[in-house]
Design a protein around this ligand. Structure first.
Ligand SMILES: Nc1ncnc2c1ncn2[C@@H]1O[C@H](COP(=O)(O)OP(=O)(O)OP(=O)(O)O)[C@@H](O)[C@H]1O
Length: 446
């Protein structure tokens, strides 16, 4: 019989998948599906064919392979590897060959019990040379379990949790953002990716130094510079869930503790706009009295009653960010697992330095106005171009004025069905020029 891996190519992979899907539609997920699969005159063991397709597609970046992968995802047709009874699959570990076989023991003696007992026991038999016993028992089996868990995590559906008071509810997280499409200076981006990957592999390190396996990120910058987009890219890079924690909905520290304990490992806990809702020293934000004094009539009444309400809230609610950071270490050391905590703010200078000192927020990342390098990434994402004769004009304008990546991206969006890259670039140049003129007029007026 042919080795499936040697013979694999895109069209064969597609044929085999279609063939197996059709068979399974007829027979269900059962062993009634014929063991060797015959496609285009080649015969393969079923499980081998799946493994070969998976290996082939993960190492092949051709357009056809990408299309096949996309088709499979669209049809929710992930590869599932299964073995038939007495089928054998070979594996190699550190140049040692092993063979896995799947088998079943069916109980022959009828038993009588008030509790139903499974009458068949399934098992995997592992065969290897006895001289390799230590390597297999000490090393290989834990490697297989670790890989199995990693595959399970890679294939799981990720979730976006939000809290309604002390309860988490979730939806499936499907944000397409990635670091590849995030508009940011390439060197800075690389540094962040490196930091995240190092963190995610740091289990041994954190346990050796006796600290909770957590890392704090502070993302700051004006609205529309990509803070939320970056959080989605982080989650996609590391395959983590996101817990979007709405602190204002949490009554007290007991509720907050419960919410944090319920977060799972491999997750990002996000608190957005930390400067907005709660005063970080524990008191509510308050409009300066002067500001209230300057407004009159109904407006003033409204502002005064809002202040009174806020002050009342502050006395009943004891949740503070510094409190949260103080007990987070203790809690998570006890829970185990890895967690990122991300704060975002538009006004970093308003934050209490004690709250964001290193150790609490380990990495401070500024997301800023769109520079030329960031623009090139957006042009590639939105228009699929790497160069254009108007690029130097854009570079000059971006050096002179401040525009957020969100605004640049908006200008690059096609406005009509017939719009092309040139018309989008021209739109952007026109907008940048008018922003520049406005800024100059304001300067002259001052
Ligand atoms: N750096 C960026 N790279 C790619 N796209 C971006 C970037 N910044 C902004 N965008 C685009 O602009 C939109 C708004 O960005 P995003 O919500 O991430 O900004 P933000 O900094 O979180 O804003 P806010 O402070 O208002 O929450 C995104 O949907 C994205 O399409």
């Amino acid at each position: 019989m042919k080795n499936a891996t040697d013979a694999m190519n895109v069209s064969l992979a597609r044929e085999i998948l279609t063939f197996l899907t059709e068979l399974q539609n007829v027979h269900g997920e059962s062993n009634a599906v014929p063991k060797p699969v015959a496609v285009k005159g080649e015969r393969f063991m079923r499980s081998e064919a799946y493994v070969a397709i998976e290996n082939y597609l993960s190492s092949n970046s051709s357009k056809q392979a990408k299309r096949l992968k996309a088709d499979m995802l669209r049809n929710n047709q992930s590869l599932s590897v299964s073995m038939d009874e007495h089928e054998e699959v070979g594996d190699e570990y550190k140049r040692v060959k092993v063979w896995w076989a799947f088998g079943k023991n069916v109980s022959k003696q009828p038993t009588f019990s008030f509790h139903p007992v499974a009458d068949e026991k399934r098992y995997y038999k592992l065969t290897f040379h006895k001289k390799n016993r230590d390597l297999i028992m000490d090393d290989y089996l834990s490697y297989v379990l670790k890989e199995g868990n990693a595959i399970k995590i890679r294939n799981r559906q990720r979730k976006l949790y939000t809290n309604n008071g002390a309860q988490w509810s979730h939806v499936v997280f499907e944000h397409p953002a990635s670091f590849e499409t995030l508009a940011m200076e390439p060197a800075k981006k690389e540094e962040i990716i490196e930091d995240l990957v190092t963190f995610s592999k740091g289990e041994e390190f954190y346990s050796r130094i006796g600290r909770a396996w957590k890392r704090g990120y502070l993302l700051y910058g004006p609205p529309g510079t990509g803070k939320s987009t970056m959080i989605a890219a982080m989650a996609n890079l590391l395959n983590y869930d996101i817990y979007d924690l709405e602190l204002t909905a949490v009554k007290d520290n007991t509720e907050l503790r419960r919410l944090l304990i319920e977060t799972s490992s491999k997750s990002i806990i996000v608190i957005e706009d930390i400067d907005c809702s709660r005063d970080l020293t524990g008191q509510r934000k308050k409009k300066p009295d002067k500001e209230v004094d300057n407004i009159g009539g109904d407006e003033k009444k409204k502002a005064m009653s809002m202040l009174a309400r806020e002050e009342q809230d502050a006395s009943t609610s004891k949740v503070t960010l510094s409190g949260l950071l103080n007990f987070i270490d203790g809690l998570w050391s006890a829970c185990g697992g890895e967690r990122l905590i991300v704060f975002t703010t538009n006004h970093v200078h308003k934050l209490d330095p004690a709250l964001i000192r290193r150790g609490r927020m380990d990495k401070h990342v500024e997301l800023s106005y769109c520079g030329y390098e960031s623009f090139k990434i957006l042009a590639k994402n939105y228009l699929r171009i790497d160069s254009h004769h108007l690029f130097p004009t854009i570079q000059k304008l971006l050096d002179e004025i401040q525009m957020t990546p969100a605004d640049v991206a908006e200008n690059l969006m096609p406005k009509t069905a017939s719009a092309d890259a040139t018309s989008s670039i021209q739109d952007l140049v026109a907008t940048l020029q008018s922003v520049k003129q406005e800024a100059e007029q304001i300067e002259v007026g001052q």
